[in-house]
Design a protein around this ligand. Sequence first.
Ligand code: SAM
Length: 313
Amino acid sequence: VTDAGSIEQGTAGPSLRALVRGGAKVLAEAGVPSPDHDAEELAAHVLGLPRSDLVRQPDVPAGFAREYAELIERRRQREPLQRILGYAFFRHVRVAVNDAHGSGAFVPRPETEVVAQIAVDEAAGLVAEGRVPLVVDLCCGTGVIGLSVDVEVPGTRVVAVDLSETAVALTRRNHGACGSSTMRVEQADAGAPDTLADLDGLVDVVVANPPYIPPDTEPLEPEVRDHDPDLALYGGGPDGLDVPRSVVTTAARLLRDGGLFVMEHADAQGAAVRGIVESRGDFDDVRTLADLTGRDRMVVARRRARQHAAARA
Ligand SMILES: C[S@@+](CC[C@H](N)C(=O)[O-])C[C@H]1O[C@@H](n2cnc3c(N)ncnc32)[C@H](O)[C@@H]1O
């Protein structure tokens, strides 16, 4: 739509280009971060086209202006674009983010793609050695991390867990939509001592993006604050790290000796989360890694061989 003149003026009203420009202006005035992109994406959604095909759409179909105005208004009110579209992209998968009852799960973020990369690389390395890696995604939300491993590393077994009924339903649905293999999905507390107890000591990779925001750090963006579920945001305890602590405990139980643990956290939590993992005595090679913007984003560690822990005791 930025290609001036490539969309012809309709005879019965404003051109598509003019409508999209108007939509972008409304969004810009409301402080929406990417007004042009979002206005185009919403127009493409109404037309049932990829955004790149908008420039080839000469006409404004009947009813477009009204439907488009409704979606622009929702975005102006800072409803997330993905919630309005109903889906989000993450690495190589497209996932639904709203369930059949209109409830939403956490909208996946680009920074988590780097967390998923660590799990993908580890699983791919094991497959290259002729093994069938077992990967567990704790706090799976829409399932994006586990699904990425499942889709990108054929030959992997993936298990996903979330406490939220909505998240579990969406992970099952998303897996059904892109599923390359069978993925086990369970509704459970990631920190409960009996969660996935049948896999104790057998798992090659535990990956997690748990809730980790402290109670006094309300997100500034209305898209996050007002539309992501609180269960997905706030990690509990004064530092927001109660759920992450319980995930570390579960990872230590599930992982085989030498298995890999990777868990996302906020950029200010690197030292605190490293301390949680190191203080258990169950992990070696505990490191903080950054995301693509250079911010501390995840802890990575190897499960220490169990006989070492026994020998020290
Ligand atoms: C930040 S979201 C991450 C979702 C997904 N992994 C992603 O990266 O998009 C955190 C998820 O943890 C889930 N959750 C919160 N507490 C949990 C718990 N105790 N056990 C399992 N899942 C939990 C929430 O329902 C939410 O789906």
